[in-house]
Design a binder for this molecule. Structure first.
Ligand code: AMP
Length: 217
């Protein structure tokens, strides 16, 4: 399964990616996670990326595309992958097509998790994430069993620096202007599948499995 996971910030991509990864036994490649890891390790890439991420802006294409190209060329991606957070604009989508052509593979699906814009802000601001295993929780809608602790690996949960009210607005704006038009791009390729991203996490995952099992248009 070679899958693109699309959806606005707060749509639940990270939460569902963990389930999909386990169901298909394929790596979850999140450009956001790659940048956050670089920031944590204070690498030159991290220092550069931070200045964009903290403002809710996209990291420059040249850097992001190079990073994805390198990651997709690694051995564990041969049997498939989930790409989460990339591409985020038309140029990245066209470059991804070139990378995949060079690797001699094709995408099986572009899965869009659809959530009403009004719900997104609340989801983002209340989100808490595990810095160790990447699992996502919510202070009201998806509480961990023990407050502040990851259910899966026991690490202490954190709030992402860009999950603040201040940064949500530019992030949603960037999504609406640059990323949302990509849905049409993948619809034209006949691989777009959409699922409703509101409701119980398990039900959304069941709908995702059903959508991925259906034939492309
Ligand atoms: P995410 O975890 O996917 O919400 O990404 C967090 C932040 O990382 C985004 O708001 C961007 O600043 C940056 N980022 C992640 N993926 C990309 C991408 N494909 N292109 C440019 N910037 C990205």
């Amino acid at each position: 399964m070679r899958l693109l996971l699309m959806g606005a910030p707060g749509a639940g991509k990270g939460t569902q990616a963990v389930f999909i990864k386990n169901a298909y036994n394929i790596p979850h490649i999140s450009t956001g996670d790659m940048f956050r890891s670089a920031i944590k390790n204070a690498t030159p890439l991290g220092i550069m990326a931070k200045s964009y991420i903290d403002k809710g802006l996209l990291v420059p294409d040249s850097v992001t595309i190079g990073l994805v190209k390198e990651r997709l060329s690694e051995a564990d991606c041969i049997g498939g992958f989930i790409l989460d957070g990339f591409p985020r604009n038309l140029f990245q989508a066209e470059e991804l097509d070139k990378i995949l052509a060079e690797l001699g593979v094709k995408l099986d699906a572009c899965l869009n998790i659809d959530v009403d814009q009004k719900v997104l802000t609340d989801r983002i601001v209340g989100r808490r994430v595990c810095p160790k295993c990447g699992a996502s929780f919510h202070i009201e809608n998806l509480k961990p069993q023990v407050e502040g602790i990851c259910d899966y690996c026991g690490a202490e949960l954190i709030q992402r620096k860009d999950d603040t009210l201040e940064t949500v607005t530019p992030r949603l704006e960037v999504y609406n202007t640059s990323t949302a038009p990509l849905l049409d791009y993948y619809k034209k390729q006949g691989i777009l599948k959409c699922v409703d991203g509101e409701g119980e996490v398990e039900q959304i995952f069941a709908n995702i499995l059903k959508a991925l099992g259906e034939k492309n248009d």
